[in-house]
Design a binder for this molecule. Structure first.
Ligand SMILES: O=C(O)CCC(=O)C(=O)O
Ligand SMILES: [Fe+2]
Length: 445
């Protein structure tokens, strides 16, 4: 579209740009020996993943739901990015969020539900720009460090105050830049299959041995600046054991930061659940488990106790998966997007259900809840480069509050190629006491 789209050397949509030509070269090289009909057996979920992952040609996002594209208050953010979906790309219904304090309803108090996917709630721009910056600072500087675990801990000995704080310090203190030492050499690797968690098998899961993951054998000391882009996750609350895909309850509950707990509880308290699960959304075909629907109690019973912060660089993806390590299979999972935008796919209980593609931008919140959605397949096939909103860029401006120190420049630089997702869950259903369950198992043995 000549004249309407900005052209620059790195605009992947512009066929004369270096980025477009590079992607095309790589594409032809990688597909040269590909057998025909390679895609014949793809499930609808896999086909969607392939579509949005494709580097060349850049995927068409016109069937991706992008609520910011219809929101005049986000026009600058949308216009400055190189990617855009459509506000009418999926059937949805607008709901008004409940006012939990005394404030008057504002633009950000709107949310959306999806016919045919009860339990999925999208809250665009729910997290304000100021809160986004606070959450980003928290994620990098407070959460991705001891005593929490990150993906890098298996392989490197990191300073107790964390990689990011060391990185910030290296900008103000003189050279040489610090390095992080690799961990000890590995033992044998073992793959273990997992089963969905439930109150019935909790005692068995909790007593399954969870050996530490072995470090990689061939690592060299690495400068901090090279490790920062390799930070991929940090746990929140209960510790997750990736080898067994189960929580390691023997390590005790980790902390949930007050700010994160408040945002999540605020989300759950403001969603009018009767609009989500009551009336025509019905209960037909919905298996809430032995004690029946409990959404009417979530205002009181929702209590986040686990989760993960995901850090994505623009080439990273998260494959289709189901989060089923939590005993509570219906309680809301609250997921906040920060930094660059992404294509998020949310399907159904099998990979055969075609997913809804949603463009998630900084500040957007997704809630997955109830039997049809909490354990639905979902994934992130694409992080969209060039989509960092102006309010997260590294430049100082008058709109920034006093908390935003001069070091935001370092954050802004990192965020230009990063998406952060804060993914918060409730492990135990209300009324389930892990200690009692373990005691019962012990006395039965
Ligand atoms: O990054 C996201 O939006 C989703 C992350 C996710 O699904 C997970 O952490 O389990
Ligand atoms: Fe997930």
């Amino acid at each position: 579209m000549i004249g309407t789209q900005a052209t620059s050397v790195d605009d992947i949509h512009d066929p004369s740009s270096a980025a477009y030509k590079k992607a095309r070269r790589k594409y032809f090289k990688s597909t040269r020996n590909r057998p025909p009909q390679v895609d014949a057996d793809w499930t609808p979920f896999r086909a969607a993943e392939k579509k949005y992952k494709a580097r060349f040609p850049p995927p068409d996002l016109s069937d991706v739901l992008d609520l910011a594209a219809g929101d005049p208050t986000r026009a600058e953010e949308v216009a400055r990015g190189k990617w855009k979906g459509r506000a009418d790309a999926a059937p949805l219904e607008e709901i008004l969020l409940r006012d939990t304090d005394t404030g008057t309803p504002e633009e950000r108090r709107k949310a959306y539900i999806f016919p045919g996917k009860p339990g999925l709630v999208l809250l665009p721009a729910y997290v304000s720009p100021v809160e986004q910056r606070r959450l980003i600072r928290w994620a990098l500087s407070e959460q991705a460090r001891h005593p929490n675990e990150t993906n890098l801990d298996t392989h490197y000995v990191l300073t107790p105050d964390g990689l990011w704080n060391q990185y910030l310090r290296s900008h103000v203190s003189p050279t040489p830049e610090p390095t992080d030492q690799p961990n000890a050499p590995p033992g044998p690797r073992k793959l273990i299959s997992n089963e969905p968690a439930s109150p019935e098998n909790f005692a068995k899961l909790a007593t399954t041995p969870k050996p530490p993951a072995p470090p990689s054998p061939s690592l060299q000391p690495v400068p901090t600046s090279a490790l920062v882009p390799r930070l991929r996750w940090a746990n929140i609350g209960w510790y997750y054991h990736w080898g067994t895909k189960q929580y390691d309850f023997t390590r005790g509950p980790g902390e949930i930061a007050g700010m994160v707990r408040e945002v999540c509880k605020g989300v759950v308290a403001s969603v009018p659940w009767e609009r989500v699960f009551g009336g025509s959304q019905g209960e037909e075909g919905m298996d809430w488990g032995p004690s029946g629907p409990d959404w009417m109690d979530w205002q009181e019973t929702y209590e986040p106790d686990a989760g993960i912060v995901n850090f994505y660089q623009t080439k990273d993806t998260l494959m289709a998966h189901v989060d089923r390590s939590e005993l509570s299979a219906t309680s809301p999972l609250v997921s906040m997007s920060l930094g660059c935008a992404a294509v998020f796919l949310i399907g159904g209980l099998t990979r055969d259900d075609p997913p809804i593609p949603i463009l998630l931008r900084s500040g957007d919140v997704v809630v997955m809840s109830g039997p049809a959605c909490r354990r639905a397949y979902h994934g992130v096939p694409r992080i969209l480069e060039g989509t960092l909103p102006p309010h997260l860029e590294g430049v100082q401006s008058e709109s920034r509050d006093s908390e935003d120190g001069a070091d935001w420049e370092i954050y802004g630089e990192y965020l230009r190629g990063t998406r952060i997702n804060v993914n918060v869950r409730q492990v135990f259903p209300k009324g389930f006491d892990p200690a009692v369950s373990l005691e019962q198992k012990r006395s039965a043995e």
